[in-house]
Design a protein around this ligand. Structure first.
Ligand SMILES: Cc1cc2nc3c(=O)[nH]c(=O)nc-3n(C[C@H](O)[C@H](O)[C@H](O)COP(=O)(O)O)c2cc1C
Length: 173
């Protein structure tokens, strides 16, 4: 087992880059909140990803929150490279214009966090992109507080093709 798998299960997200006319989307588990003010998040992207090339070119990306219904697309986005294939044509999701960045948002996702690169840090075989969240659009699940009865998020069980989702059980303290 890889040492990083001790951190799993981890939530799974989509990273959209490029432009509405020529979007690319990849799957990412390694996404984390970093700061509330300014609002910052981080995503670790391997050097060889086509997404890295596009983020370096445009300085912008979108982190989208997919639901378990999108698992097939999430798997394609995470196993096929946009360097070889126009993934937008392979996926069933709808790319829509973002409000403040060139990279498009994904209509079927429950939230789209539009980011501008604030900093990038070399971390071994990945680059850790710190993104400033400049705009957010969202669906019903985020009308007030995140509502897990309104959407089923994707949880990656371990490296490989096993995923799970939230149960409707909520524990309060
Ligand atoms: C569930 C899942 C999670 C992934 N998480 C990451 C990640 O956090 N960082 C990363 O660089 N690659 C991650 N990958 C691999 C990329 O999504 C994959 O290599 C993708 O094909 C890259 O696409 P691109 O070359 O078009 O950018 C993940 C793949 C899967 C299936």
């Amino acid at each position: 087992m890889n040492v990083l798998e001790y951190l799993y299960p981890m939530r799974t997200f989509l990273v959209t880059s490029g432009t509405l006319e020529r979007p690319n989307v990849m799957t990412a588990d390694w996404v984390t909140p970093l700061s509330m003010n300014p609002p910052l998040l981080g995503v670790a992207i391997a050097h060889r990803r086509y997404t890295k090339k596009l983020i370096d070119e445009y300085g912008e990306f979108v982190i989208s929150v997919p639901t378990i219904e999108l698992l097939k697309d999430v798997w394609i986005a995470g196993t096929v490279s946009g360097a070889n294939v126009n993934k937008a044509e392979r996926l069933s999701v709808t790319f829509v214009p973002s409000k403040k960045v060139k990279a498009p948002s994904i209509k079927e996702c429950q939230a789209n966090l539009e980011c501008r690169v604030y900093k990038d840090v070399e971390t071994g075989d990945h680059v850790f992109y710190v993104g400033e969240i400049v705009e957010v659009t969202h669906g019903d699940a985020f009308k007030d507080k995140p509502d897990v009865e309104k959407y089923r998020f994707i949880l990656h069980v371990c490296f490989g093709n096993a995923f799970t989702t939230n149960s409707s059980e909520v524990f309060r303290v």
